[in-house]
Write a protein that binds this ligand. Structure first.
Ligand SMILES: C[S@@+](CC[C@H](N)C(=O)[O-])C[C@H]1O[C@@H](n2cnc3c(N)ncnc32)[C@H](O)[C@@H]1O
Length: 225
């Protein structure tokens, strides 16, 4: 790890930045999948927030396997019938954990959408690490009509307003159009209070620095129209 000592070359080359500031690790609930993750939580997060904020760069969400995303990935690996042979969108993909799990469970195509260019680089590296092919979409898809996604995955996206409200409206529209919409969430502040069907629940080991607790209960919900 070289967090706190970023070079200009690192910042201009997201792939190089991801490789330089992460180690290959396996999320506790999903050991089948290897990811480039920040093993030293605080240095990377704080350095990024302070030093990189000046460049307008977002915090490195992609460097962690969030509790809601781990639950959703575990659910897909244990219930492959939900995605096998289907076209899948991994919305707000971060590290790509859920999309990679969907491909391992037999999805025929997974588009992984992100707005952070560093996450987009991490998605490519993490897909290669697991010998799967994610289609990385670097764009904000909220509000777009469905081009043919049969399953939409959203791991740990209910942490910030007003984005969470926009996401909820859009996910409900996709569900109303016939897509299976699955949300993984560990009880974040802006989880919708209604219109969710509980499918599974998991205890996820987390980092105290990141979550203020060693264990979070995360639920996989089906979003209803
Ligand atoms: C808490 S992380 C969750 C990442 C991953 N799904 C997981 O569970 O580990 C949230 C991610 O949402 C991404 N994000 C936020 N708004 C987005 C948008 N409109 N489109 C795509 N990604 C977005 C952020 O860049 C961040 O990587």
């Amino acid at each position: 790890m070289t967090a706190g000592a970023f070079t200009v070359a690192d910042l201009c080359d997201p792939g190089r930045f991801v490789r330089a500031n992460t180690a290959v690790e396996r999320p506790p609930l999903v050991p089948e999948i290897a990811l480039h993750l920040a093993s030293e939580v605080v240095p990377l997060w704080q350095s990024t927030e302070t030093e990189l904020a000046e460049s307008g760069l977002p915090p490195p969400f992609w460097a962690f396997a969030w509790a809601g995303g781990q639950a959703l990935a575990r659910y897909l690996l244990d219930h492959p019938g939900q995605v096998a042979g289907r076209r899948v969108l991994d919305f707000a993909a971060g590290s790509g954990l859920q999309g990679i799990a969907a491909l391992k469970a037999g999805a025929c195509r997974v588009e992984a959408a992100e707005i952070d260019p560093f996450a987009a680089a991490a998605l490519g590296l993490n897909a290669a690490l697991n010998s799967v092919a994610l289609t990385v979409v670097e764009d904000d898809l909220i509000g777009r009509s469905n081009p043919g996604w049969e399953v939409v995955l959203a791991g740990d996206v209910c942490y910030e307003q007003p984005t969470a409200g926009r996401i909820e409206d859009w996910l409900r529209r996709l569900a109303a159009g016939g897509a299976l919409v699955l949300l993984g969430d560990p009880g974040r502040s802006y989880l919708p209070g209604r219109g969710l069907e509980r499918l599974a629940a998991y205890s996820v080991k987390t980092s105290r620095e990141l979550e203020d607790t060693d264990l979070r209960n995360a639920v996989v919900w089906r979003v209803l129209p």
